[in-house]
Design a binder for this molecule. Structure first.
Ligand SMILES: O=C(O)c1ccccc1NCC(=O)[C@H](O)[C@H](O)COP(=O)(O)O
Length: 213
């Protein structure tokens, strides 16, 4: 299973994350209204960190996204707003970075509306719909994923906590397209500061169950 730890910002905390947790992905939030917002001034320090970085954007312009890809050395772009398939297509023509489309989940999902993204995204990420867009610490009802109709892999997000590992693994038995998890506010000591022990514990629970691949 892939592990993404989102909302990182503090250099010391990032160094501990990489050396002690070694996630597949580290999320940097470029949405100015987020309490986890990463300002441009941190680019020089964060760009060289030895972990794949995914930038989180909410309805940002194409130029802004491409600038951050370069500045921060992003390997992936997480589109967390209402970006259209045409917007994603245009971006795909201009960057080598992977594109991830977030699906904000309320009570149901219109699978047909996601078809237009399929040629351009490497994965979907399902998160709980809230006014703040992300980082809510709230779960949605995972039952809506039981009818997931595509081969494309996806990440599960939204309110995952230390107790979620076993439930995630059980869900993966049902839905093999579930390729990984996205951890954020439930693993924080403060916005943008992760509790490394909690993350290590979660990861070891995934590994102990023998499916961390
Ligand atoms: O985390 C934020 O502050 C945030 C704000 C606006 C858009 C996206 C944001 N986070 C992106 C993520 O991928 C989070 O990990 C995801 O929303 C899950 O967060 P949580 O429910 O706290 O686990």
């Amino acid at each position: 299973m892939e592990l993404k730890v989102c909302g990182m910002r503090e250099p010391e905390n990032i160094r501990s994350l990489i050396s002690e947790v070694n996630p597949d992905w580290m999320g940097l939030i470029f949405y100015p209204k987020s309490p986890r917002y990463v300002p441009d001034e941190q680019a020089a320090e964060l760009k060289g960190q030895p972990v794949k970085k995914v930038g989180v954007f909410v309805n940002a312009s194409e130029a802004e996204i491409l600038r951050k890809v370069d500045q921060f050395g992003l390997s992936a772009i997480q589109l967390h707003g209402s970006e259209s398939p045409d917007f994603v297509k245009s971006l795909a023509e201009k960057t080598e970075a992977e594109l991830w489309k977030v699906v904000s989940v309320g009570t149901e999902i219109d699978w047909k509306s996601l078809e237009g993204y399929l040629p351009f995204v490497s994965k979907f990420l399902f998160d709980t719909a809230t006014a703040a867009h992300g980082g809510s610490g709230k779960r949605f009802d995972w039952k809506v994923l039981e009818t997931y109709p595509f081969d494309k892999g996806f990440l599960l997000s939204g309110g995952l906590d230390g107790e979620s590992a076993e439930e995630v693994l059980a869900l993966r038995q049902q839905i093999p397209q579930l390729k990984g998890v996205d951890l954020n506010s439930k693993f924080e000591d403060a916005p943008g500061v992760k509790n490394i022990e909690k993350l290590k514990n979660f990861k070891s629970r995934l590994i102990q169950s023998g499916t961390n691949n």
